[in-house]
Design a protein around this ligand. Sequence first.
Ligand code: ATP
Ligand code: MG
Length: 249
Amino acid sequence: MILEAQNLTRRFAAGSYGLAGLNLQLSADAFILISGHNGSGKSLLLRHLVGLEKPDAGRITLDGRPLETCLPELRRRLALVFQEPEHQILGVTVAEDLAYGPRCSRRKPAEYQTDVAAALQACGLGGMEQHLTSALSGGEKRRLALASTLVAKPELLLLDEPFNDLDWQGASDLLHILLKLRRQGTGILIVTHDLEKCLAHADRLLVLDAGRVIRDGTPAELWDELPALGLRRLPGGSEQMPAMTWLKP
Ligand SMILES: Nc1ncnc2c1ncn2[C@@H]1O[C@H](COP(=O)(O)OP(=O)(O)OP(=O)(O)O)[C@@H](O)[C@H]1O
Ligand SMILES: [Mg+2]
């Protein structure tokens, strides 16, 4: 899968630009990180990539076809885990929440039960089917939001600040899940400020500023520049990179 944004531009009423001629190309065969200052356009970019918002200029293509001509296909192949998990938890119980997506796609329970069970298991929520979603902890809500996107078995998974509210164990559990998905062939794209929690695993890092991609390279290529770009890293050379992870052994 090739998802491409060309000259992506989004203006707001006051004349400010959320996205200002952004270009990028993504494929589903890598572990990619996007970082950048607060307000640089990261979440807005993700919402455009999944077709939730429309640009004022520029375009997004999926395998060369304009996004607006293939939205149902895009929604099957791509999934977004929102910055705030509450924004995508719709069921009263865990089981209801996971059934929501397949029911909207008019799938019968017999067809999606296996996928729901696999998503629950993958996200460490096995046995919690009848728990009230409103009573879940912050970390459990994050894992439920992830599980609900996995039911559709997306090729490329986009996650917006997935480490928010997670302690060391929670972040490590999430990394285990994401790295396993990557090994099984799912593309992973994480928007995050927390480079120290995951940079060690990334194939590629993009840096956004004022609605544009200002850097795109391997973590090793960008390592020396990170502090100047406002991105925190361990002191020293790129030999420190393997320590930029919260994955517990
Ligand atoms: N609907 C909207 N109306 C007006 N401004 C908006 C709207 N949506 C986004 N913006 C603005 O666009 C800019 C980019 O927002 P965005 O949420 O993408 O930032 P971000 O990089 O995700 O920041 P953070 O790291 O804080 O999550 C911000 O200045 C935001 O206020
Ligand atoms: Mg954001």
